[in-house]
Design a protein around this ligand. Sequence first.
Ligand code: AHR
Length: 524
Amino acid sequence: MRGFLFGLSFMLAILAVPATAQETAHLSVDASKSGAKIDRNLFGQFAENLGHGLYEGIWVGPGSSIPNTRGIRNDVVTALKALKVPNVRWPGGCFADQYHWRKGIGPAAQRPATLNSAWGGVVDTNSFGTDEFMDFMQQIGSQPYVSVNVGSGTPQEASEWMEYMTAAQPTALAKERTANGHSDPYKVGIMGIGNESWSCGGDMTADYYVSQLKIYSRFVDNVNPSQKGSNHMLKIAVGPGFPETEWTEAVMKAWKSHDWSWDIDGLSLHSYTVPNGWPPSTPSVDFAIADYAKTLKSTLFMDELLRKQEAVMDKYDPDKKIALVVDEWGAWHAPLPGSNPSFLVQQNSLRDAILASLNLNIFARHADRVRMANIAQMINVLQAMILTDKEKMVLTPTYYVYKMYLPFQDANFVPVDFDPSTVHRDGITLPRVDALAAKDSSGKLWIEITNLDPGKPLEIDAEITGISARSARGETLTASAVDSVNTFAVPNTVVPKSISAIVKDGKLSLTVEPKSVTVISLEP
Ligand code: AHR
């Protein structure tokens, strides 16, 4: 009889185990501990004059049948406002070093048509210029990050552009801006001095760039009286786009011995996830789990890249005055079949959403030095937030990650102790779990959990101290497959769903789905 009962209970136990047995991750979060502020500028965007990023994605023109305000599409503005985008980098990218701002101001009919030789040699009507970009910034409630032309422009051209944008006194350029409909000076919060000057920005040596940097930093200034002192415009120097550190050495060494005449506030870093190397070949639709695993493995290199560059920055700037600004990052996949390869069109899947969460978590862990980042790019280009096709618009899985991460903007980093464990797929080993915690200005604790395992749910067993909580609630983002996407026809395949959990005796227990991103707040 005992043997029978033992056999029966053994069989019941087997039946009780779900088909995909669950793993457990033990986390420990002490809310009384805190680290650096997770600067909201880490959630910045990048809108280059490339493909349908600006034209069609943002600008349809005042005469369009697509609902718009002064030529800027209303659906896109509404979607972006909800993300509280802290800053938008414009007009490039490689395009910035060929852009001559004067061609993009004044009555639309009088603007010259030019060629966008950086991206496909297509005709550029210049209808979306400085005043339209500033209008877009005002409509979405964001701050301009303007990249000036160092490659094919001059310090004088850039200086006049800044004066056009920011002068309050009645100079000729300020009067021209007034005639173009904007009497108040614009606020330009951030200025990039060139772009990838080691490549498309002029193939310069580091020393040559440093000599240009000094001149631009000295002579190109924001003259808006409200942007002085602690509110001054941040000047960002070109930094590396590779793991080697010679470029960073050159810029930081020059900065260390700079005199009163010039200064910078940040050094940029570009790093795309291109798992098979250049040219990008990973498909953005209909891919296998092996592609998923390879892409995530590759994106995790961001942490090592930051460490390498930070080590050099720490040598010259131990007080961390200069921010490391990752102003181009994201997944760069193969062009979508049938699209113009110069337009860098790709779909955006659950894989990209998970990739975004991993990178945002890495940036947050480096928040004492990494204080700004711009995903590439905002609309219709690379790892976009939004895709449009004429009057249609769809929000991507990456958009939803940015929405879910809103509580982390300007929150204070709280360390999370956990063993990431490992998951093996197609010969690739990935961490099974990633996690981030932070306290917002009201003292509320937020926890993010990424389950990288494409096949198994993960039981979270978290010890929460330093705050009293009885429940947790938030949202989780997943879908049936790693390559699930949102399309114009079926836009809600990858959208966040509500999730809640009990906290008892300081223990939070919840199960997160395979291949998912979850953000929860701890509630009293
Ligand atoms: O984001 C696309 C391009 O990638 C940018 O123009 C350039 O800076 C980088 O190489």
